[in-house]
Design a protein. Structure first.
Length: 248
């Protein structure tokens, strides 16, 4: 179990970021990854700001927006706004440049109004690809309707068993990401897999056999056997199913 307050934190004037694993200047040799998941960052970015153009290589990057809009631009020609319910994947492969910024301009406060003060809040997750130096790629799909029907919705997958239901594809045959928006008292069953990572993006849930998890808490489950997750009030969870770790 990893509690919200146990995560690494980066706080700048424009960014409040929480890191579930070692990231950037934050390093713990005992906390570099879980299964195939190397990065799970929970970011809040102020209006008119964001991550300037920067490179990535050999990584499958999935971005899930919780609130607001995130402008994505990359060196292979993609340009748009990622919003809640839009599944998005970027394959860095041989190398890609991209930027990510709050789609709201810098906030303006006047005697009569306060406008454009909404931050963008998103979770970005990186998994290792099947092979290095693949061609860079990008994919997105709105799955709002699927989320509204309840249950665990397949956001991204490279696994054969989830191919027909996956919103977007990742180039990792042993990993899949699910999301669920839960109403009070609603439950979902976690996948049965060697590695399962449960992240509470918002709200409060009860994990069978472990107890209460609050916003920002995560559970790293090995030899998972389909535990039940039940919401206390409205909640949103992100779940990785992984059938291998970095050693294969």
């Amino acid at each position: 179990m990893q509690r919200n307050g146990e995560r690494f934190a980066t706080r700048l004037g424009w960014l409040d970021s929480k890191h579930s694993f070692s990231f950037g200047p934050h390093y713990d040799p005992g906390n570099t990854h879980f299964g195939l998941l190397l990065v799970s960052n929970d970011d809040v970015v102020a209006p008119g700001t964001g991550f300037e153009t920067h490179p990535h290589r050999d990584m499958e990057i999935v971005t899930w927006v919780l609130d607001g809009g995130l402008v994505h631009q990359d060196s292979i020609g993609h340009n748009g706004v990622i919003y809640p319910g839009l599944a998005q994947r970027m394959s860095a492969g041989t190398g890609i440049l991209h930027s990510e910024k709050n789609d709201r301009p810098t906030s303006v406060i006047t005697p009569d109004a306060v406008r454009d003060i909404t931050p963008v809040h998103f979770v970005q997750m990186w998994v290792a690809p099947d092979e290095s130096r693949i061609e860079p790629g990008y994919e997105q799909l709105d799955i709002t309707d699927e989320l509204s029907r309840g249950g665990l919705v397949t956001v991204a997958s490279g696994m054969e068993r989830h191919r027909s239901e996956s919103a977007i594809r990742i180039r990792q045959k042993n990993a899949a990401l699910f999301a669920a928006r839960l109403a009070d008292g609603e439950s979902v069953v976690l996948p049965t897999a060697p590695y399962v990572h449960l992240y509470v993006a918002r709200g409060v849930v009860d994990l069978e056999g472990a107890g209460r998890l609050d916003t920002g808490d995560a559970a790293r489950i090995t030899a998972a056997e389909g535990q039940q997750v039940t919401a206390s009030g409205d909640a949103e969870v992100l779940v990785w199913e992984m059938r291998a770790d970095l050693t294969g």
